[in-house]
Each structure stands twice: as C-alpha cells, then as structure tokens.
Design a protein around this ligand. Structure first.
Ligand code: PLP
Length: 442
C-alpha cells in the first residue's frame, strides 16, 4: 500500500463552508452555513462590483484568521513561511511582519536571490538547485547584501560537487561559505517497503546517512552546514478526513489516520536521532519540519526548532479535509458568465487553473459561490471556458460572476497578475503576484 501525499482523488470537492448536498435533507447547521455563504457572496459582490472578471481576490480577514490558527497550532515554534504557497511578495512581507512568523522557505535559488534583493533576510531554499549561474550569484551575495542569509538544500555529495564546480569555474572564490542544509527523508517505510508513505525526496533516511553527509560537507571548503530539514508530506499534506459518505472513503480515512500515527511516532524518534548525530559534528542553526497540515504534531518534537507553513493562509480546497483544523477560504477567483448553452448550464470564461500533482479530479478548481454549481465531468475546467452545471446555473445570466477556489495555494498566482485585497466590505488594495512582477520561478 502506498500513501503518497497526493494520492488518488480523496479530497472532497467544493469549499468550506459549503452548501449541503442536494441529495440529503438540509440540517439546521447546513442552513446556517448556507446563510454564511450567502452573506459572504453578497459581501464579495458588493466589494468588487466595479471590477471586471477574471480577477483574483484575497480576503484578508480570512487570511489573518488562518494565520492565527497556524500560530496557535505551532505553539512556541516560529513558522517559516513557504513562499510557493503565497507567491505574492507584498503578502509575504505582511505575514513575516507578524509575531510568530520568521524567515522564508523559498522554492528556487533565483527566487531566493530576488527576495534577498527585496530585503528578505533569512531564506531557506527547500529544494536542491542545479542552477550554476544562481550559485555564482549566491557566492557573491555577501559583498552586495551582507545581511542576506540564503541557505540551500543538499541531500547528496552530487550537489556538493555541483556547487564546487560552479564556484571554481567562476574563478571567483566565494567570499563567504555557501550555507547548506541537509534534507532528511521524512517518509515512512514498513514491512520491507511494502508499506510506504511520503514523497520521494531525499535519499538521506537514517541517522547514519545524515551523519555521513554532514561529514562530507564538513570536509569541504566553501560550504557551511547550518541545518537539517525534513518535511513529512504524508502527514502535513494529506487530509485525514477524506470526503464522501461511502464506505470506501471511511476506510481510506482509517488507513490514512493509522499510517499517519505510525509515521509521526517513527519520525519523531528518527528525526531526533539524526539531529543528535549531526549535532555531534556541527552546531546547527535550524532544524525545520512540518507543514500546514502537521504544525500541531511537529511542534511537539523537541528536536525541531522551527516549522514551515504557507498553504493554510490561503486555505485552498485540498486543505478542507483535515480533522484538526479548518482554514477559511481566503483566496478566490471570479470568472464571468459569458454564455448559457442550454437549460441548467452556465459557461464561464477561462477557469482551467489546475493544480500540480497526480492528474485527478481533485486538482481541478471548485465552483464556490453561488453555491450549487459543479463542473461538467466530461469537460472539467477548460482553457478558455468552463461549463458549470446544477440548479443554480439556471439562475445565472450572461455578465454574472462565479467565484471559484483553487485546489492548491500559491499556484493560483501564476494565473493572475494581481490580487485584490478585501478587508471587511471593501477592496483596500491591489497587489502584484510574482507573475505580476514579471517573475516566473516554476
Ligand atoms: C519542504 C516543505 N516544507 C513545508 C511544506 C508545507 O507547505 P504548506 O504549508 O504550504 O503546505 C512544503 C510543501 O510542499 C514543503 O515542500
């Protein structure tokens, strides 16, 4: 059995809060939820009446409520902000100005260099780099920006060789060592690999392997070991309450929860041992772990000095399926109804903003408001148009808008140049996304 963090379509479609299923009798809670949705819909429509869709919006009230929830679950640990999950420099600056958040978890080295030039100081690049030009730029950075601290990720000697080659070929020795962090695999393995959970990331799994890589780093000039990171994707990125009334989803939920519990127990021990083994060789500035879905669990591990989170701020659909927390949908996008092909169908412009991961229905965006719309299973969300079905479609006219949610967090920002920021009843600002600033890192 394999429980990858992004397995088959286990995520429920539709938003939180969401309308009751058309196949069940509405309860009083459903009614209250639907009233809440109707209020939100009215507020969104009023605040954006002068805007022409398509456009994207971030509800700051929801975002700050989500930030407070992340902080509460993180306990005393600082949260490093996963920039890939926001992709909006202005919002990242605002979040980092808040208590409880410190440092950026970047997704590429060019991004980290760009952020450093915009005064971001503490940046951990979470994924290994093979960008020789960016490495040479990194080596020269201390001259230009002495306060910037960029750390890059390594999980093998191959990356150390690449760093060496890039720097020596430059004929320009680094003025300060390149800061590196060891990526420790947080995956769970049992029964000789027959049970496996986690993303295929680092080959460094055991404390001995971590110590061996630490020794290899320490034996080299030009690099400095400053930390260990291990991201438990199978817990942090996999909802433990798969949607759906069927026995299948109940069983899947049980299996996920059982394996997550085993994995958390195993990882706490192995991570502590790996950190101790490496600390015997070098003093570490940071031990990073966790993600939106696991803050409350990873925060319990004494070996971990800081956590990471990002997606929980926007609260996308894939984060609706966790028992421990319920983020408010903060990032939405509005599309215009441009035609009515027939009864019960309203077609909006664009909409095919798919999330990365296995190509299943859970990666599609979800119609959110007005409630009672669904994608057409045969067409999904299209490049230029998306038909929406359901009783509500009958009430929509050309020129009306439909609000949707992305399955994931920051990827939405690759589709829009700006985010309109909603506060209370009005749009208070329009800020550029990475894309709007002409940046496209991945
Ligand atoms: C290394 C690492 N840490 C943490 C996270 C968690 O980020 P988020 O809270 O946005 O899910 C991720 C997400 O993929 C990651 O790759």
């Amino acid at each position: 059995m394999s429980l990858a963090p992004s397995g088959p379509p286990i995520w429920k479609r539709g938003g939180m809060p969401r309308a009751h299923s058309p196949h069940t009798q509405p309860t009083r809670a459903d009614a209250a939820q639907n009233d809440g949705l109707a209020d939100l819909h009215e507020r969104l429509e009023r605040a954006t009446a002068d805007l022409d869709p398509p456009f994207a919006l971030v509800d700051l009230d929801a975002l700050w409520a989500n930030a407070a929830d992340l902080r509460a679950r993180a306990g005393t640990r600082p949260i490093r902000l996963a920039s890939k999950s926001l992709r909006c420099r202005s919002l990242q600056e605002r979040v980092l100005a808040r208590d409880g958040f410190a440092g950026t978890l970047a997704f590429t080295l060019p991004e980290a260099l760009w952020l450093a030039r915009h005064s971001f100081e503490d940046i951990l690049v979470a994924y290994p780099t093979a960008d020789r030009g960016a490495l040479r730029e990194l080596a020269r950075l201390p001259v230009e920006l002495p306060r910037a601290r960029i750390t890059i990720m390594v999980d093998s000697v191959a990356q150390l060789d690449l760093i060496d080659a890039a720097l020596h070929r430059a004929g320009d020795p680094a003025v300060a060592p390149i800061r590196v962090c060891i990526d420790l695999d947080a995956g769970y393995r049992a029964l000789g690999g027959r049970i496996a959970a986690g993303a295929k990331r680092s080959p460094v799994h055991t404390p001995d392997q971590a110590a061996a890589l630490a020794r290899a780093i320490l034996a080299r000039d030009g690099v400095q070991l400053v930390g260990i990171m291990s991201y438990e994707a199978q817990i942090a990125g996999l909802g433990d309450a798969p949607p759906g009334p069927g026995v299948g989803s109940r069983l899947r939920g049980l299996a996920i929860r059982a394996i997550q519990a085993l994995s958390a127990r195993e990882l706490a021990v192995r991570r502590a041992q790996a950190v101790a083994a490496v600390r015997e060789l070098a003093s570490l500035e940071l031990v990073n772990g966790g993600g939106t879905g696991s803050l409350h669990l990873t925060a319990r591990e004494p070996a971990v000095t800081e956590l990471t989170a990002g997606s929980g701020l926007y609260g996308p659909v894939l984060f609706d399926s966790y028992r421990a927390f319920t983020p408010r949908p903060a990032a939405l996008f509005a599309l215009p109804v441009v035609r009515r092909p027939g009864p019960g169908v309203a077609t909006v412009l664009g909409g095919g903003y798919l999330a990365s991961g296995p190509a299943d229905a859970a990666r599609l965006p979800s119609p959110y408001l007005p409630a009672g719309l669904r994608l057409d299973a045969r067409e999904g969300a299209g490049e230029v148009q998306t038909p929406l079905l359901g009783a509500t479609a009958e009430r929509l006219a050309v020129g009306d808008r439909v609000w949707l949610r992305h399955a994931k967090a920051g990827e939405l920002c690759e589709r829009f140049a700006t985010l309109h920021l909603l506060e209370g009843d009005r749009i208070v600002e329009e800020v550029p996304t990475y894309r709007g600033e002409g940046q496209c890192f991945l």
